[in-house]
Structures are given as C-alpha cells and as structure tokens.
Design a protein around this ligand. Structure first.
Ligand SMILES: CC(C)(COP(=O)(O)OP(=O)(O)OC[C@H]1O[C@@H](n2cnc3c(N)ncnc32)[C@H](O)[C@@H]1OP(=O)(O)O)[C@@H](O)C(=O)NCCC(=O)NCCS
Length: 147
C-alpha cells in the first residue's frame, strides 16, 4: 500500500471524526478537531483515494512542538502507517525550525509507546493518575525528542 500524503483541511472533518471515533477509546469531539485548524497547529494525513487512513495533529510554540494526536484506522494498523505519520511529523517540525518535540501517552498504550521509542522519543517523566481508565486512573508518560 502506498497512500498519498495530504495536508488536513476543514473539508476533512467528517473523515477525521469517523477515524477518531474508530481508533480512540476516548475520542476527541468534532469541535476539538475543528479547533486544530488555527495558526498554532500543523497536521498531516495519509489517504487511499477518498479514504482517510491516518492523521497527526501537532502544535508549535516558538521552537517547541507537542504532538496532540496521531491515529491510524484500525483495519490498517500494524502496516507501518503510524511510523510513516511520525516520520512526516518529525520532518515537518524540522522544516519549521522546531528543536524539541514533546508528547504524552497513556501508560497502558504499548503500541503508541513502542512507536514513539522507535522514532527516537525518550521518556522524561510522568503525570501521576492523569487519565481516567477502565481500571480507575493511569499515568501519562511524558516523552521528548530533540531535533
Ligand atoms: C499507535 C498507532 C498510531 C500506531 O500505528 P500503526 O500504523 O499501527 O503502527 P506501525 O504499523 O507503524 O508500527 C510502528 C511500531 O509501533 C509499534 N506497534 C504498533 N502496533 C503495536 C502493537 N499492537 N503492539 C506493540 N507495538 C506496536 C511497534 O514498535 C511498531 O514497530 P514494528 O512493526 O517494527 O514492531 C495506532 O495503533 C493507533 O492509531 N492507535 C489508536 C490511537 C492511539 O492510541 N494513538 C496514540 C495516542 S494519541
């Protein structure tokens, strides 16, 4: 599979919301997704024809960027698309003169944590009991990558 890379636009919102709801246990709302088209954010997406396969959303403040969201449609997970999105994010951040990348991930999200480690993020700390979970609360793992 060789999907096309495209920037996200507000026209993509319906497809983003459907993918968000399919991929995440606690999905963002349409309103929250729509708020990420302001100047502070940048994003990218992978498509097969008219089908959205995955996207990332990041913000930038001065020379630092935080990855806000990355997801791949469940039927296409495990085929390298998440790594491709992370590579596109890193390349885009470098082109924007970003020097530090940050993200937070649920402690239990082993797939995402391994993906982030595989593209050079390192664990820098934790926010204790930050997220609600089926078991009660779980930590947010804070990860960072210097560019
Ligand atoms: C996290 C996510 C984006 C990964 O995307 P993906 O396309 O499935 O990942 P890839 O196929 O590119 O895999 C890249 C690496 O991630 C890790 N990984 C992916 N799926 C994994 C799994 N089920 N278990 C363990 N590690 C996994 C592996 O290190 C893998 O490298 P490898 O194939 O060489 O072992 C995807 O699982 C997803 O959308 N999850 C739901 C949303 C989410 O949790 N987003 C992150 C928090 S915002």
């Amino acid at each position: 599979m060789q999907p096309d890379y495209r920037p996200l636009t507000p026209d993509c919102l319906d497809a983003m919301l459907a993918l968000e709801q399919a991929a995440h246990s606690t999905p963002w709302s349409r309103q929250l997704l729509a708020s990420c088209f302001s100047e502070r954010y940048f994003s990218g997406s992978l498509w097969q024809g008219q089908t959205l396969l995955g996207f990332y959303i990041a913000d930038q403040v001065l020379d630092e960027s935080t990855l806000m969201n990355v997801c791949v449609t469940p039927p296409c997970q495990g085929r390298g698309l998440g790594r491709r999105l992370m590579t596109l994010y890193i390349e885009s951040a470098m082109a924007r003169q970003v020097s530090q990348l940050w993200l937070e991930v649920r402690e239990s999200n082993q797939a995402a944590r391994r993906l982030y480690l595989s593209v050079g993020f390192v664990e820098q700390g934790r926010r204790k009991a930050y997220y609600s979970s089926a078991q009660g609360r779980e930590d947010a793992v804070i990860m960072q990558k210097a560019l």
